[in-house]
Design a protein around this ligand. Sequence first.
Ligand SMILES: [Zn+2]
Length: 430
Amino acid sequence: MVELRYDVADDLRTVTGREAVVFTPDQPICELVFRAWPNKPTTADDGTSLRITDALVDARPVQAAITPGGAPEGAPGTIVTLPLPACSDAGTEVRAELGFTLALGEDAGERVGHTPSAELAWFGTAFPLLAWVSGEGWVRDPAVDLAGETVTSEDFTLAELAVTAPQAYRVLGTGSDAGTGPGARSGTVEHRFRADAVRDVAVSVGRFTVVERDVGGVRYHVGVPESGSRLSADEWADELENAVRRLQDMLGAYPYTDLWASILPALSDGVEFPAALQFGDVNRRTMPALVAHEVAHMWFYGLVGNNQARHPWIDESFATYAQARVAGQEDDYAMSDIDGRLRGHLGEPMPYWAATGNFNRYVTGVYDQGAAVLLEGRRRSGDEAFDSALRAYITANAHRVAGPADVAAAFGHLPEVMALLRRSGALPQS
Ligand SMILES: [Zn+2]
């Protein structure tokens, strides 16, 4: 269970946060580990930071130990460890509370930032995120200097997300809208949200024009900057609806009650959070495939989680595969188009791709190669057999953190798919 409170400064440059977490581990623990992902290199370089101001464990003040975990020199670290007064047994509930401040990088091209000229602020994965994986334990994979995800988290109940913001601004959150009330400071409003099961949280605040629709049991909330955007909020909402409908036909029910989307001109691409998306101000030609890709992440990363630092292929291959099918791009992803040097490296972790120093190599090696493998696997094993194996994979791993062995278990009865996954390096040779 997580309760999260944000208070956004009038100038949208900083945010004060407070988090309460109630956690019942499935193994004995002697400490609590949280990740401060805004301190990773690509966001820290934009001037963004997350600093812990105080911490309590079971209502007693403790000193947080902060270690780099891949953060650049001069930035606060990405690993926040809270000592426990004594080691604690599996099944024993622990309650922690953390205070923190966020600095939002100006015009940051990443998931945390603010744009003064348009009066927009956005912050995703911008709180101390409990870094536990059931059956495994604490996850300390380092942040890397590459604009890809490295976050791992189990699902949690977002009992309350409360965002206090100047009353002139709209607030887009995560989960379902739970109403508003007067903010603690004069001239502010508190916006509340709730969610039964999410792995992460994203918020946008500012001068947005917001369109809201209820379609097919999903509530859509789309915010475009008042200062203008290439596409209207209605055009974005149309495409989001289209993607959800087509993905539901392929993958099963959309996993959330709501879908939030913020159009942020400082971004060039899309970033996924559970039930919440950030998009750059892209054009009409780029938008449909980008929307299909990010919405596909609601199933692959949102519903079925994975360790995005260690196994980035697990969500990106399936999301790009689903994007290709929804956007009619099946012929754009072929094994023969993959650079020979990248073949066999699909299963590599983020430090490998960061060491290449080349974002395009990561995209080709993981997104393109992964989609090509899955599309070819579907051709060779037969559409029906592949589609039902994929649905069974989602059902078996919903609300979990899946690993390569879970993919192998779901596709083990389709030798054509298994051979392709092994040859591409996603699964070990056997
Ligand atoms: Zn993706």
